[in-house]
Design a protein around this ligand. Structure first.
Ligand code: TMP
Ligand code: ASP
Length: 233
């Protein structure tokens, strides 16, 4: 497959066209941002970790019946994916209170939620990805009612599979953000699943093994990313 012109450069990845119109070529970058781009930096080899981890997780989820955009791992930092149209909804799933949820509801970080919490945000950097609900999604035509039902079904399936998968690797899945795209009329999981987009705590020590180390200047950022990947391999 030939890599052609760049279609889009995001904060963490570059997306290129290929000579097949239904396949994109993704290059994962080491650039890191937080707080909607206010904090900027580099996490050495983050791109390599996020690319390989996403590939491992997407392959696992496919075996559990979750369709994903993943096609093929090309090398450490690059993969081929299905050419989806991303739905402008960030889907957040939470098992344990942390981050913005802990702040918003006055919960201590680490409080186990009695039920899994699902949130939607409108994917719009200029607005800082504001939280929305099903009614906003419908009123703004961000997705159809059927697509929303599919997204919810997959989000809970993904959470169940990921919790079990990480537990077996001595990691607590605190929360995560996923994005879906439409490919040939079907809703499929897209974007990435990585320490950038999940909160992952060591099961014994609660040590944060994710991007919160960068967001909160906790140090050992690179080591944490490598540690997660090594536990998945
Ligand atoms: P939050 O607590 O800051 O709302 O984050 C919830 C989860 O979503 C956490 O695992 C980090 C992830 N996330 C992203 O992947 N991208 C984002 O832009 C934000 C705000 C959160
Ligand atoms: N990824 C978001 C940003 O670039 C926020 C975050 O992950 O904290 O600002």
């Amino acid at each position: 497959m030939e890599k052609l012109e760049m279609l889009y450069e995001g904060k963490a990845k570059r997306v290129y066209k290929t000579n097949k119109p239904d396949i994109f070529h993704i290059v994962y970058k080491d650039d890191a941002t937080a707080f909607n781009g206010v904090k900027k930096g580099t996490i050495l080899d983050k791109g390599a970790v996020n690319n390989q981890m996403s590939a491992i997780i997407f392959e696992m989820l496919e075996t559990k019946g979750v369709p994903t955009h993943f096609v093929e791992l090309l090398n450490e930092r690059e993969m081929l994916v299905k050419a989806v149209e991303i739905l402008p909804i960030e889907v957040i799933v939470r098992n344990i209170a942390a981050g913005s949820l802990a702040k918003r509801l006055g919960l201590d970080e680490g409080t186990v939620m009695n039920e899994t919490v699902l949130e939607f945000c409108y994917k719009n950097d200029d607005l800082g990805d504001p939280m929305i609900n099903d009614y906003h999604v419908a009123a703004m035509k961000l997705a159809t009612a059927e697509q929303v039902e599919t997204i919810k079904k997959y989000a809970f399936m993904i959470n169940k599979e990921l919790v079990t998968y990480f537990e077996a690797r001595n990691i607590k899945l605190v929360d995560f953000k996923i994005e879906f795209g439409v490919y040939k009329g079907e809703v499929i999981l897209a974007d990435e699943i990585s320490p950038d987009t999940c909160r992952l705590w060591d099961a014994e020590t609660d040590k944060k093994l994710d991007k919160d180390r960068f967001r909160r200047d906790l140090g050992d950022v690179e080591d944490a990313y490598q540690e997660v990947l090594s536990r998945l391999k």
